[in-house]
Design a protein around this ligand. Structure first.
Ligand code: HEM
Length: 209
């Protein structure tokens, strides 16, 4: 029987790869939910930030634990230079690029004032690209792609994320608050079918449909 201890680095790298994928997936999903205004609040933003940071740590562990692996022995260049690893070169190269992109787009949050918040926000949208690259990497480089649990995970998270992304790209309705107060009051009166009520208190919301 094979002794798992002989493959400890390989197993650690695979495990941290799956953890990294889980954290990055959760972070991207939360980011899209916030961008679509389906979730709001400081706590949600804080969880999104923490997921990204822990995801980056997991990516670093995933790459670094390959270094001592006696079978792969990728060398420092193999785990730092895209497409320099002799193992599934294209797919591991894409993984490395995904890692760099995730780090760049995530960590630039802390210097967003220097970059300019608008530019930072635009750049941050490319995180979805990093996520797609991580998926391609997982599918092409992973040993566990043959297992039902990893395929189910990829499908069950990838489909909702794709839908959220499409929704994000669709044009948005202008928020009602942007209408001027007189115009809004006029609209309410018209809908209520009469002259202005002159009611000083907030009126109950009208059905939107
Ligand atoms: C966004 C960044 C990354 C994510 C989310 C990620 C995730 C994953 C996942 C989930 C697997 C499959 C594990 C399995 O099948 O058990 C994997 C495999 C692999 N990754 Fe990454 N990875 C990333 C970046 C990297 C980087 C930077 C490197 C190299 C330094 C790398 C090297 C590898 C290798 C060699 C494999 C094959 C291991 C195996 O046979 O399963 N990955 N990765």
């Amino acid at each position: 029987m094979t002794d798992p201890a002989q493959h400890i680095w390989w197993l650690m790298s695979r495990a941290s790869g799956v953890v990294a994928l889980g954290l990055i997936t959760a972070s991207v999903a939360l980011g899209l939910l916030m961008a679509n205004k389906m979730l709001r609040g400081k706590n949600v933003a804080a969880i999104h930030e923490q997921l990204s940071i822990t995801g980056l740590v997991a990516i670093a562990v995933h790459g670094l634990t390959l270094l001592p692996d006696p079978w792969l022995h990728p060398g420092l260049a193999g785990i730092t230079v895209p497409f320099a690893m002799g193992y599934r070169t294209v797919f591991t190269g894409i993984g490395l690029l995904a890692g760099y992109l995730t780090a760049l787009l995530g960590l630039s949050f802390y210097v967003r004032r220097r970059i300019g918040p608008k530019l930072w926000r635009k750049a941050h949208r490319f995180t979805v690209l990093a996520y797609v690259m991580a998926l391609v990497h997982t599918i092409g480089a992973g040993t566990d792609m043959g297992t039902a649990w990893l395929r189910t995970f990829l499908f069950a998270t990838g489909v909702p994320i794709a839908l959220l992304f499409v929704r994000r790209l669709l044009p948005r309705k202008k928020p009602a608050a942007k209408r001027s107060a007189p115009a809004r009051d006029g609209l309410l009166d018209a809908v209520r079918g009469g002259a202005g009520s002159g009611h000083p208190h907030p009126q109950p919301d009208l059905p939107s449909g």
